[in-house]
Design a protein around this ligand. Structure first.
Ligand SMILES: Cc1cc2nc3c(=O)[nH]c(=O)nc-3n(C[C@H](O)[C@H](O)[C@H](O)COP(=O)(O)OP(=O)(O)OC[C@H]3O[C@@H](n4cnc5c(N)ncnc54)[C@H](O)[C@@H]3O)c2cc1C
Length: 480
């Protein structure tokens, strides 16, 4: 089948409006949340129902065409970019299929937006815990593919801990059921293997999520510091005290000033060098006691001020600054790189000091906003990707930051996935045998290696492309 024939078959299934082939239309899908990367799909298809999605995948299987699943495109690792292959958009699949209050679970389609799910279940006293800061746009399908985290994953766990069951369309077009709505089954944990597979194992279609009761009480506090070091040490002290905050987030001075000069201003003190946003939730008595413990630790650790939000309006304002921090950075430069390294929390002060040294060495701007309680760092470097000299400095600074994090026992990604962006760092933490084992697992789901090709595993390690001549031939045919 050539591209015109494939396009005609897809159009029969989803309708003319939902198949794009013009370069001008495809441009919209050439990037994700990391605007420094641009890759153009040859065709984009947007099924509107479950049956249409299955039919689309089967046509692509018949034509042996590689494809890239895409949710909302908010990913921060270039994972949803289709480089000369088919882009399969899932954002039209946005039905909440069922909500089972008694058993605290819901079944959703993959294009359901995270916040929409939460707003729908909130009146029933329930919540879906993982809350990426992109929750107003990102989809549950994309969250599964990246094993997304979020500020409140410190206490409640990441996406993996909140997905009970999945119906998956394999790239061959076959349907498999992973996990179980009722809880765990014997056998290999293929649900666990699929979560975090970054679109390389197939498409998450029907998703059963775990819901948890909303907490009785929520208290949110802002602790501000005149040094980054003091805030880092207080972070470790809070965790060591045994208090488990619902969220423990960190913004450094440069990030505070970016937020405060934007429309997302949250009332953070502009002269502070760091703030900690600490949220505690649970039963009234426990939360009151924890709040006093955190207040004392912060003040003893050098906090200038500890402010507790008086009401929901104040609380949401404090969160607005944190959740919109990436967006606020859009005013600084046309492009942005975001690192996602994880480090042992006890090394936080040391690593932030090393990042400052790297910043000075390369003459770049670094703004830090991150999930401090999880040790999941997000150094952001705004830059202009059209300036080759600046891009080179940014690239070198990022690499050195990553090496510093790995050198203290850290990892290259906590929640954004490897995608394209972190692929070059995989060798830092995995040996060739481990990478080959990952390729073998991928082959079990997708032996033709057509789903999200050339992502995650560096090709020289697993001979990914070389061993998949069918995929390469098809990609060439599509490009012709
Ligand atoms: C401002 C901002 C804040 C963010 N904050 C956080 C945060 O706090 N925590 C966090 O974890 N992430 C965060 N992110 C990153 C991003 O939002 C998450 O990775 C999110 O899970 C991506 O969802 P998406 O629907 O946009 O997926 P996309 O970007 O469209 O795709 C991401 C990956 O998922 C695959 N995929 C998409 N749908 C499916 C499906 N149904 N089946 C199989 N594979 C699929 C794609 O192929 C791709 O590899 C943030 C991003 C932004 C822009």
């Amino acid at each position: 089948m050539n591209l015109d024939e494939v396009s005609a078959r897809l159009t029969e299934v989803v309708g003319e409006r939902h198949v794009l082939t013009r370069v001008s239309e495809l441009l919209v899908y050439s990037s994700d949340g990391l605007p420094g990367y641009r890759k153009q799909p040859t065709l984009a298809v947007f099924p509107g129902t479950r049956d249409e999605t299955i039919a689309v995948v089967r046509i692509l299987a018949e034509a042996k065409l590689p494809f890239v699943p895409r949710g909302a495109g908010t990913g921060l690792s270039g994972g949803a970019l289709a480089d000369g292959v088919v882009l399969l958009g899932l954002h039209r699949l946005k039905n909440i299929i069922s909500i089972d209050v008694e058993n605290r679970r819901a079944k959703v389609e993959p294009g359901v937006v995270n916040l929409k799910l939460n707003r729908t279940v909130a009146p029933k006293g329930l919540m879906y815990a993982p809350d990426p800061s992109s929750e107003a746009a990102c989809t549950i399908g994309g969250n599964i593919a990246e094993n997304a985290g979020g500020p409140h994953c410190l206490k409640n766990g990441v996406t993996l801990n909140h997905i009970l069951a999945l119906t998956v369309i394999l790239p061959s077009g076959e349907i498999v059921e992973l996990g179980a709505e009722e809880g765990e089954r014997d056998g290999y944990d293929l649900r666990g293997a699929f979560i975090g597979s970054e679109g390389c194992f197939g498409i998450a279609l029907d998703i059963t999520v775990r819901l948890i009761p909303r907490p009785q009480v929520i208290r949110t506090m802002l602790c501000d510091f005149t040094t980054v070091d003091a805030a880092a040490r207080v972070t470790s002290a809070i965790v060591a005290s045994g208090v488990i905050p619902a969220a423990l987030e960190f913004l450094d001075g440069p990030m505070i000033r970016v937020v405060e000069s934007s429309i997302y201003a949250a009332g953070y003190p502009k002269d502070a060098e760091a703030v900690l946003l600490v949220e505690l939730d649970g039963l009234q008595e426990g939360v009151d006691a924890d709040l006093e413990t955190v207040r004392r630790l912060a003040l003893d650790g050098g906090a200038r001020n500890v402010k507790v939000a008086r009401d929901e309006v104040e609380r949401l304002r404090l969160w607005q600054g944190r959740k919109k921090a990436f967006g606020a950075m859009g005013r600084l430069s046309p492009h942005l790189v975001v690192q996602d390294a994880v480090i042992p929390r006890s090394r936080l002060a040391e690593i932030l000091g090393r990042i400052e040294g790297i910043r000075q060495k390369y003459g770049v701007i670094v703004c830090n906003v991150f999930h401090a309680g999880d040790g999941n760092l997000h150094p952001n470097i705004p830059y202009n990707a059209d300036d080759p000299e600046e891009s080179e400095r940014v690239h070198l600074a990022m690499k050195e930051i990553m090496q510093a994090c790995v050198s203290v026992g850290g990892s290259i990604t906590g929640e954004h996935g490897v995608g394209l962006d972190k692929m070059g760092y995989m060798d830092l933490i995995f040996d060739p045998v481990s990478l080959a084992a990952m390729c073998d697992l991928r082959d079990a789901f997708d032996p033709e290696r057509r789903a999200n090709p050339a992502k995650v595993i560096p090709t020289h390690r697993c001979r990914e492309w070389m061993a998949a001549p069918s995929a390469r031939a098809s990609a060439k045919a599509v490009q012709a």
